[in-house]
Design a protein around this ligand. Structure first.
Ligand SMILES: [Zn+2]
Length: 318
Protein backbone atom coordinates (compact mmCIF):
# COMPACT_ATOMS: atom_id res chain seq x y z
CA UNK A 1 0.00 0.00 0.00
CA UNK A 2 1.34 3.40 -0.99
CA UNK A 3 0.70 4.98 2.43
CA UNK A 4 2.71 2.24 4.08
CA UNK A 5 5.65 2.73 1.71
CA UNK A 6 5.39 6.49 2.13
CA UNK A 7 5.58 6.22 5.90
CA UNK A 8 8.54 3.85 5.67
CA UNK A 9 10.40 6.44 3.60
CA UNK A 10 9.53 9.25 6.03
CA UNK A 11 10.84 7.14 8.94
CA UNK A 12 14.06 6.36 7.08
CA UNK A 13 14.65 10.00 6.18
CA UNK A 14 14.01 11.06 9.77
CA UNK A 15 16.29 8.39 11.19
CA UNK A 16 19.08 9.29 8.78
CA UNK A 17 18.75 13.00 9.38
CA UNK A 18 20.46 13.86 6.10
CA UNK A 19 19.29 14.18 2.51
CA UNK A 20 19.39 11.08 0.36
CA UNK A 21 20.35 11.03 -3.28
CA UNK A 22 17.32 10.50 -5.43
CA UNK A 23 19.26 8.05 -7.55
CA UNK A 24 19.55 5.73 -4.55
CA UNK A 25 15.78 5.46 -3.98
CA UNK A 26 13.99 2.28 -4.98
CA UNK A 27 11.16 2.49 -7.54
CA UNK A 28 8.71 1.93 -4.63
CA UNK A 29 10.18 4.92 -2.81
CA UNK A 30 9.94 7.04 -5.93
CA UNK A 31 6.26 6.05 -6.30
CA UNK A 32 5.49 7.46 -2.86
CA UNK A 33 6.91 10.89 -3.65
CA UNK A 34 3.67 11.96 -5.31
CA UNK A 35 1.81 11.65 -1.98
CA UNK A 36 4.68 13.04 0.08
CA UNK A 37 4.54 16.46 -1.56
CA UNK A 38 4.74 18.44 1.68
CA UNK A 39 6.72 15.90 3.64
CA UNK A 40 9.74 15.57 1.39
CA UNK A 41 11.51 18.38 -0.38
CA UNK A 42 14.15 18.42 -3.06
CA UNK A 43 17.51 19.66 -2.00
CA UNK A 44 21.06 19.52 -3.13
CA UNK A 45 23.92 17.80 -1.43
CA UNK A 46 27.57 18.57 -1.41
CA UNK A 47 28.60 17.60 -4.91
CA UNK A 48 32.24 17.10 -4.10
CA UNK A 49 31.40 13.65 -2.74
CA UNK A 50 28.81 11.19 -4.07
CA UNK A 51 27.65 7.70 -3.27
CA UNK A 52 29.40 5.54 -5.87
CA UNK A 53 26.75 5.11 -8.61
CA UNK A 54 28.04 1.63 -9.35
CA UNK A 55 28.06 -0.15 -5.97
CA UNK A 56 26.20 2.44 -3.87
CA UNK A 57 28.36 1.37 -0.96
CA UNK A 58 31.04 4.01 -0.73
CA UNK A 59 31.09 7.75 -0.66
CA UNK A 60 33.76 8.86 -3.06
CA UNK A 61 35.27 12.15 -4.02
CA UNK A 62 34.27 13.59 -7.39
CA UNK A 63 36.88 14.60 -9.94
CA UNK A 64 36.77 16.07 -13.38
CA UNK A 65 37.39 13.38 -15.97
CA UNK A 66 39.34 15.90 -18.06
CA UNK A 67 36.79 15.72 -20.90
CA UNK A 68 34.12 17.97 -19.35
CA UNK A 69 32.46 15.17 -17.41
CA UNK A 70 32.80 13.99 -13.85
CA UNK A 71 33.92 10.79 -12.24
CA UNK A 72 34.43 9.42 -8.75
CA UNK A 73 37.11 7.07 -7.53
CA UNK A 74 35.45 4.31 -5.54
CA UNK A 75 37.70 2.18 -3.31
CA UNK A 76 35.98 -0.95 -4.66
CA UNK A 77 34.99 -0.07 -8.20
CA UNK A 78 37.77 2.28 -9.19
CA UNK A 79 36.92 5.22 -11.47
CA UNK A 80 33.17 5.47 -12.11
CA UNK A 81 31.47 8.09 -14.26
CA UNK A 82 29.13 10.36 -12.31
CA UNK A 83 26.01 11.60 -14.09
CA UNK A 84 25.19 15.26 -13.67
CA UNK A 85 21.91 14.45 -11.91
CA UNK A 86 23.48 12.20 -9.30
CA UNK A 87 23.57 15.16 -6.94
CA UNK A 88 19.76 15.50 -6.86
CA UNK A 89 18.67 14.76 -3.35
CA UNK A 90 15.60 14.65 -1.18
CA UNK A 91 15.25 15.62 2.43
CA UNK A 92 12.51 15.26 4.99
CA UNK A 93 10.69 18.51 5.66
CA UNK A 94 11.52 18.40 9.34
CA UNK A 95 9.25 21.29 10.36
CA UNK A 96 6.34 19.59 8.64
CA UNK A 97 7.23 16.33 10.34
CA UNK A 98 7.37 17.70 13.87
CA UNK A 99 4.19 19.77 13.44
CA UNK A 100 2.27 16.77 12.10
CA UNK A 101 3.59 14.58 14.91
CA UNK A 102 2.16 17.11 17.36
CA UNK A 103 -1.19 17.03 15.57
CA UNK A 104 -1.19 13.23 15.49
CA UNK A 105 -0.77 13.16 19.26
CA UNK A 106 -3.29 15.96 19.91
CA UNK A 107 -0.57 18.05 21.51
CA UNK A 108 -2.07 21.47 21.95
CA UNK A 109 0.20 22.87 24.64
CA UNK A 110 0.87 26.49 23.86
CA UNK A 111 4.62 26.24 24.21
CA UNK A 112 6.23 25.31 20.95
CA UNK A 113 8.66 22.56 20.10
CA UNK A 114 11.97 22.63 22.01
CA UNK A 115 15.07 21.61 20.14
CA UNK A 116 17.17 19.80 22.75
CA UNK A 117 20.04 19.42 20.32
CA UNK A 118 21.59 16.57 18.33
CA UNK A 119 18.37 15.14 16.99
CA UNK A 120 16.16 15.30 20.09
CA UNK A 121 13.07 17.45 20.43
CA UNK A 122 10.46 17.99 23.07
CA UNK A 123 7.24 18.08 21.04
CA UNK A 124 5.08 19.29 23.92
CA UNK A 125 2.81 17.73 26.52
CA UNK A 126 -0.09 15.32 26.43
CA UNK A 127 -2.01 16.07 29.63
CA UNK A 128 1.15 17.14 31.52
CA UNK A 129 3.08 14.21 30.15
CA UNK A 130 6.06 15.36 28.06
CA UNK A 131 6.70 13.86 24.64
CA UNK A 132 10.23 13.47 23.30
CA UNK A 133 11.05 12.81 19.67
CA UNK A 134 14.54 11.51 18.93
CA UNK A 135 16.31 10.31 15.81
CA UNK A 136 18.15 7.68 17.73
CA UNK A 137 16.97 5.58 20.67
CA UNK A 138 20.54 4.86 21.73
CA UNK A 139 21.20 8.52 22.37
CA UNK A 140 18.26 8.75 24.79
CA UNK A 141 19.31 5.55 26.54
CA UNK A 142 22.88 6.72 26.91
CA UNK A 143 22.00 10.18 28.11
CA UNK A 144 19.48 9.92 30.96
CA UNK A 145 19.98 13.62 31.65
CA UNK A 146 17.83 14.30 28.56
CA UNK A 147 14.86 12.69 30.29
CA UNK A 148 15.57 14.58 33.51
CA UNK A 149 15.44 17.84 31.58
CA UNK A 150 11.83 17.28 30.54
CA UNK A 151 10.53 15.21 33.46
CA UNK A 152 7.63 16.68 35.45
CA UNK A 153 6.40 15.45 38.80
CA UNK A 154 3.73 12.80 38.45
CA UNK A 155 3.86 12.67 34.65
CA UNK A 156 5.08 9.83 32.48
CA UNK A 157 7.40 10.58 29.58
CA UNK A 158 6.71 9.37 26.07
CA UNK A 159 9.73 8.79 23.88
CA UNK A 160 9.27 8.40 20.13
CA UNK A 161 12.15 7.08 18.04
CA UNK A 162 12.69 4.95 14.97
CA UNK A 163 12.95 1.27 15.94
CA UNK A 164 16.55 0.05 16.01
CA UNK A 165 16.97 -3.32 14.30
CA UNK A 166 17.92 -5.06 17.50
CA UNK A 167 15.39 -3.66 19.96
CA UNK A 168 12.64 -5.95 21.24
CA UNK A 169 10.15 -4.93 23.90
CA UNK A 170 10.45 -1.69 25.79
CA UNK A 171 13.95 -0.41 26.44
CA UNK A 172 12.80 1.79 29.33
CA UNK A 173 11.64 1.15 32.86
CA UNK A 174 8.30 2.25 34.29
CA UNK A 175 7.29 5.86 33.82
CA UNK A 176 8.68 6.04 30.31
CA UNK A 177 6.66 4.81 27.38
CA UNK A 178 8.51 4.12 24.16
CA UNK A 179 6.67 4.50 20.86
CA UNK A 180 8.34 3.04 17.79
CA UNK A 181 7.90 5.57 15.01
CA UNK A 182 7.39 2.96 12.29
CA UNK A 183 4.67 1.06 14.12
CA UNK A 184 2.76 3.56 16.20
CA UNK A 185 2.33 6.21 13.52
CA UNK A 186 1.52 6.22 9.86
CA UNK A 187 1.22 8.54 6.92
CA UNK A 188 -2.39 9.40 6.37
CA UNK A 189 -4.34 11.97 4.35
CA UNK A 190 -1.34 14.18 3.80
CA UNK A 191 -0.48 14.15 7.50
CA UNK A 192 0.52 11.75 10.23
CA UNK A 193 -1.85 9.54 12.21
CA UNK A 194 -1.23 7.94 15.60
CA UNK A 195 -2.07 4.26 15.89
CA UNK A 196 -3.46 3.63 19.35
CA UNK A 197 -2.16 0.72 21.37
CA UNK A 198 -4.28 -2.38 20.87
CA UNK A 199 -5.24 -1.36 17.37
CA UNK A 200 -2.97 -4.04 16.01
CA UNK A 201 -3.79 -6.89 18.36
CA UNK A 202 -6.41 -8.51 16.16
CA UNK A 203 -4.43 -7.97 13.00
CA UNK A 204 -1.40 -9.73 11.78
CA UNK A 205 1.70 -7.63 11.86
CA UNK A 206 1.84 -7.03 8.14
CA UNK A 207 -1.75 -5.77 7.89
CA UNK A 208 -2.48 -2.07 7.73
CA UNK A 209 -4.10 -0.66 10.88
CA UNK A 210 -7.16 0.31 8.87
CA UNK A 211 -7.74 -3.21 7.51
CA UNK A 212 -11.52 -3.75 7.79
CA UNK A 213 -12.39 -6.31 10.45
CA UNK A 214 -15.94 -5.43 11.54
CA UNK A 215 -17.80 -4.64 8.32
CA UNK A 216 -16.17 -1.45 7.01
CA UNK A 217 -14.46 -0.79 10.38
CA UNK A 218 -10.96 -1.65 11.56
CA UNK A 219 -10.43 -3.88 14.58
CA UNK A 220 -10.62 -0.95 17.00
CA UNK A 221 -13.23 1.02 15.00
CA UNK A 222 -10.85 3.93 14.58
CA UNK A 223 -10.69 3.50 10.79
CA UNK A 224 -13.49 3.16 8.26
CA UNK A 225 -13.08 2.07 4.67
CA UNK A 226 -15.76 3.38 2.32
CA UNK A 227 -15.39 2.97 -1.41
CA UNK A 228 -17.23 6.23 -2.15
CA UNK A 229 -14.75 8.29 -0.10
CA UNK A 230 -11.89 9.38 -2.34
CA UNK A 231 -9.34 10.16 0.40
CA UNK A 232 -8.51 6.65 1.55
CA UNK A 233 -9.22 5.12 4.96
CA UNK A 234 -11.20 7.45 7.22
CA UNK A 235 -9.63 7.99 10.60
CA UNK A 236 -11.95 8.53 13.57
CA UNK A 237 -11.25 10.19 16.88
CA UNK A 238 -11.48 8.08 20.00
CA UNK A 239 -15.02 9.34 20.68
CA UNK A 240 -16.19 8.70 17.12
CA UNK A 241 -14.73 5.19 17.24
CA UNK A 242 -16.56 4.58 20.52
CA UNK A 243 -19.88 5.59 18.90
CA UNK A 244 -19.33 3.26 15.93
CA UNK A 245 -18.24 0.46 18.25
CA UNK A 246 -21.36 0.93 20.41
CA UNK A 247 -23.70 0.97 17.41
CA UNK A 248 -21.97 -2.11 16.03
CA UNK A 249 -22.58 -3.96 19.30
CA UNK A 250 -26.34 -3.36 18.91
CA UNK A 251 -26.27 -5.36 15.66
CA UNK A 252 -28.46 -3.05 13.61
CA UNK A 253 -31.25 -2.95 16.21
CA UNK A 254 -32.87 0.46 16.84
CA UNK A 255 -31.61 1.81 20.13
CA UNK A 256 -32.24 4.94 22.20
CA UNK A 257 -29.67 7.69 21.63
CA UNK A 258 -29.07 7.79 25.37
CA UNK A 259 -28.22 4.11 25.43
CA UNK A 260 -25.78 4.55 22.55
CA UNK A 261 -24.00 7.37 24.38
CA UNK A 262 -23.89 5.38 27.61
CA UNK A 263 -22.44 2.35 25.85
CA UNK A 264 -19.89 4.57 24.08
CA UNK A 265 -18.97 6.29 27.32
CA UNK A 266 -19.46 9.72 25.76
CA UNK A 267 -20.96 12.73 27.46
CA UNK A 268 -22.47 14.54 24.46
CA UNK A 269 -26.25 14.47 23.97
CA UNK A 270 -26.44 12.74 20.63
CA UNK A 271 -24.14 10.53 18.55
CA UNK A 272 -23.96 13.12 15.77
CA UNK A 273 -22.45 15.68 18.18
CA UNK A 274 -19.10 13.93 17.96
CA UNK A 275 -19.06 14.15 14.18
CA UNK A 276 -19.92 17.79 13.67
CA UNK A 277 -17.33 19.70 11.68
CA UNK A 278 -16.36 23.13 12.98
CA UNK A 279 -16.54 25.98 10.50
CA UNK A 280 -12.76 26.27 10.44
CA UNK A 281 -12.43 22.61 9.45
CA UNK A 282 -15.08 22.54 6.73
CA UNK A 283 -13.83 20.86 3.59
CA UNK A 284 -10.86 19.20 5.28
CA UNK A 285 -10.99 15.46 4.54
CA UNK A 286 -9.65 14.50 8.00
CA UNK A 287 -12.70 16.13 9.61
CA UNK A 288 -15.29 15.57 6.88
CA UNK A 289 -14.38 11.88 6.56
CA UNK A 290 -15.88 10.68 9.87
CA UNK A 291 -19.04 12.74 9.23
CA UNK A 292 -19.28 11.19 5.78
CA UNK A 293 -18.97 7.72 7.36
CA UNK A 294 -21.58 8.56 9.98
CA UNK A 295 -24.06 9.72 7.34
CA UNK A 296 -23.38 6.70 5.18
CA UNK A 297 -23.64 4.09 7.92
CA UNK A 298 -25.87 5.36 10.73
CA UNK A 299 -29.65 5.66 10.48
CA UNK A 300 -31.74 7.61 12.93
CA UNK A 301 -35.31 8.54 13.64
CA UNK A 302 -35.21 11.91 15.27
CA UNK A 303 -38.79 11.87 16.51
CA UNK A 304 -38.28 8.62 18.37
CA UNK A 305 -34.68 9.48 19.22
CA UNK A 306 -33.44 6.08 18.05
CA UNK A 307 -30.30 5.08 16.15
CA UNK A 308 -29.18 1.98 14.34
CA UNK A 309 -26.44 0.86 12.00
CA UNK A 310 -27.78 -1.45 9.26
CA UNK A 311 -24.35 -2.81 8.31
CA UNK A 312 -24.05 -4.29 11.82
CA UNK A 313 -27.19 -6.39 11.56
CA UNK A 314 -27.04 -10.08 12.45
CA UNK A 315 -26.91 -10.96 8.81
CA UNK A 316 -23.55 -9.32 8.53
CA UNK A 317 -21.79 -10.60 11.59
CA UNK A 318 -22.33 -13.69 13.70
ZN1 LIG B 1 31.71 1.52 -5.86
Amino acid sequence: MAAHDAWALVCRLFAGGTPVLRATLSPRDVDTLSVLVNAVKPTTVDQSFVLCPHCQQHRAQVWSDGRGGRMCRCPDCGPVAVEANDGTALALNEDWFRQKMRLALDIESRDGIDDLGDGVWRLGDIRRSPVLLARDLTRVLQEPALLDRVRVAGGDIRVITPRPRTTRGSPFSVGIEWLALEERFTFYGGGIAYIRPGAGTELNVAADPWAPVHGPFSADFSWVILSDWPHGPIRCTEGQAAIFSALWSFKGVKVDGERVMLKAGQESDKPIDLFKVKAANKGKPEYEGPLHAYRALVESNRRQGVYWMPCASNLNHP
